[in-house]
Design a protein around this ligand. Structure first.
Ligand code: NAP
Length: 551
């Protein structure tokens, strides 16, 4: 690799920034707002031709957030949260995208967001303590700080089936859905994948298509969302108490204003548990998920909840064989992220819907008119892939990142991602990760706000102390790695293959990618780190002079 300082001479197409932001989803949008507030020169680069990130791309029919809209929104501006009107309990994709666009307009952030531009390469210039950044449009940007916010679920898993090129019908990925509506009327359709995206889109497609075949590999636990319009009275009540609601969310383990009603299912008699589960099932959504605190750590509690959900499937699905095929077994409830649905199980009672278990009948290859499984040939007009994402690391590693001494992030993470606080990587100074590996499970915009605020706090500390470089220490990373691993082992998460530890992508290192200690715990650790003057970091006043004791 050529030295970055040699190759990156200033030209007419060179721009200098205090802060470069990668991505203009909810993390990137807020970073632009905060940086501007701090008086930094900032610019976000977004590969799509619009802002919104996840909500720009996932336009599939039925796409909806499973965090309540009043909580899946920014907290940084009370005016914003008082003005904006959410129409439904769980907002659909179009409404959330409109919200993202509104925030950009309302705070005039668009002039610092460059769309349709892919960041392709980042090189750290050790001598000048800055990042040299290249785009796919041949631009060069020199930035003191870089904040990566390219999304944790933004790189789709590539359909791995042979022969897809031969297929003459239409095919779509849920996470790359076209802007123009897809017409399913009178069509024979296949959906492959039954995670959160598949489970949301299947009922909608089934109601439009002539025939739908669902290809399922692992049955999933799903909870009815019971979405509905919000009433004026609900909106008024929330707006009157928003500050209190947010305060509660900030202090919570999940980053949402919810506390489990019971410590453990073991505290309840059989009929009490049944009554409690049923009442929360009737409310639906996260109320059911957060009812019993220990469901992710106690297999006995977990088994009782899992059995309740399995029974619900049998109650709804008419055909016992189909009900059994749809019933998740052999892994705990919540070990894969639970889904939230609208009429998912009932969809399999429709005459035009068929379920295929790909374990019994594996997909062999695609053909001109459809696909071939081990035991039959199926014809389709449209095929929909809902196969998930290369989560947490995919979008970061899509960028060719070279840190100190040309160290490649792809090589550094070859055995799995390592970070300190999920915010910084040793050998990659002045670079922050916003929603990458090593953070708590992300439940929405307040997580982004916290990540950005914390990074900005460190940038401010650097400004005040005339630091030119901040860099995570390798020992701090080791300790963080141990914390993540130990926390994961106390839970049910490692008991199933999932994207939480890279197990959904062939060839991806198997390493736990989230900190299962709660948002509240994480915030406290991050607060102490700042209070103790960033002792997990090496801080330098010039390229060679570390200012921290012992460095
Ligand atoms: P996902 O949960 O990873 O589900 C992917 C599905 O594709 C799984 O059923 C998987 O089966 C199947 N699959 C993958 N490769 C396959 C293959 N080669 N053959 C057959 N089946 C295959 O992905 P997702 O549904 O896009 O959801 C990812 C995450 O995005 C969610 O967990 C959630 O965090 C977020 N999300 C949120 C919402 C929401 O807020 N409402 C909506 C959508 C997504 P296996 O299980 O056997 O691997």
């Amino acid at each position: 690799m050529a030295s970055s300082s040699e190759t990156h001479e200033m030209t007419a197409r060179t721009r200098e920034l205090d802060l470069l932001v990668v991505g203009a989803g909810f993390g990137g949008i807020y970073a632009v707002y905060r940086a501007r507030q701090m008086g930094l020169t900032v610019r976000a680069y977004e590969k799509a031709d619009g802002v919104g990130g996840t909500w720009y791309y996932n336009r599939y029919p039925g796409a909806r957030c499973d965090v309540e809209s009043i909580d899946y929104s920014y907290d940084f501006s009370d005016e914003l949260q008082q003005e904006w009107v959410w129409t439904e309990k769980y907002a659909g994709q179009a409404e959330i995208l409109a919200y993202a666009e509104h925030v950009v307009d309302r705070f005039d952030l668009g002039r610092d967001i460059q769309l349709s531009t892919l960041i392709t390469r980042l090189d750290y210039d050790d001598d000048r303590c800055r990042w040299n950044v290249e785009t796919n449009r041949g631009e060069l940007i020199l930035a003191r700080w870089v904040l990566l916010a390219p999304g944790l679920l933004s790189v789709p898993k590539v359909p791995p089936f042979p022969g897809l090129d031969a297929f003459r019908g239409e095919w779509h990925q849920t996470s790359r859905w076209p802007k123009e509506p897809v017409d399913f009327e009178g069509k024979r359709v296949a959906v492959i994948g039954t995670g959160s995206s598949g489970i949301q889109t299947i009922p909608v497609i089934a109601s439009e298509a002539a025939h739908l075949t669902v290809f399922q590999r692992t049955p999933n636990f799903s909870i009815p969302a019971r979405n509905r319009p919000l009433t004026d009275e609900e909106r008024r009540r929330v707006k009157a108490t928003y500050a209190e609601r947010r305060r509660y969310a900030w202090r919570s383990g999940g980053g949402l204003p919810r506390a489990p009603a019971f410590e453990s299912a073991a505290d309840l008699e059989e009929d009490e548990l049944e009554h409690e589960l049923q009442s929360r099932w009737d409310i639906g959504g996260l109320d059911f998920l957060y009812q019993i605190r220990d469901f992710r750590t106690n297999l006995e509690s977990n088994a009782r909840i899992a059995e309740f959900v399995r029974r619900k499937i049998r109650e709804v699905v008419d055909d016992p064989t189909v009900a059994e095929m749809l019933t998740p077994r052999g892994y705990p409830f919540g070990a894969k992220r639970p889904c939230f649905d609208t009429n998912y199980w009932a969809t399999f009672n429709r005459q035009n819907v068929e379920l295929v278990d790909v374990n019994a009948s594996p997909i062999v290859n695609f053909t001109e008119h459809g696909l071939r499984t081990s035991d039959r040939e199926c014809e389709f007009d449209i095929i929909v892939f809902a196969l998930g994402f290369d989560a947490y690391t995919g979008a970061i590693l899509d960028i060719d990142i070279h840190g100190r001494d040309g160290r490649s992030l792809r090589e550094y993470w070859a055995d799995g991602a390592r970070t300190y606080l999920g915010a910084s990587v040793a050998g990659f100074p002045n670079l922050f990760l916003i929603a990458g590996p090593g953070r708590p499970v992300n439940a929405g915009l307040m997580h982004h706000e916290h990540a950005v605020d914390w990074a900005m706090g460190l940038i401010e500390h650097a400004r005040q102390n005339e630091l030119v470089e901040v860099e995570a220490r390798p020992e701090a990373e080791d300790e963080w790695d141990r914390r993540i691993e130990e926390a994961a082992q106390l839970t049910v998460y490692p008991k199933v293959k999932s994207w939480y530890w890279g197990a959904n992508i062939d060839g991806k290192p198997r390493k736990f990618l989230v900190l299962l200690q709660g948002f509240d715990v994480y915030q406290e650790i991050a607060r102490q780190e700042a209070e103790q003057e960033y002792r997990g970091f090496t801080l330098r006043t010039s390229a060679n002079a570390a200012v921290m004791a012992g460095t």
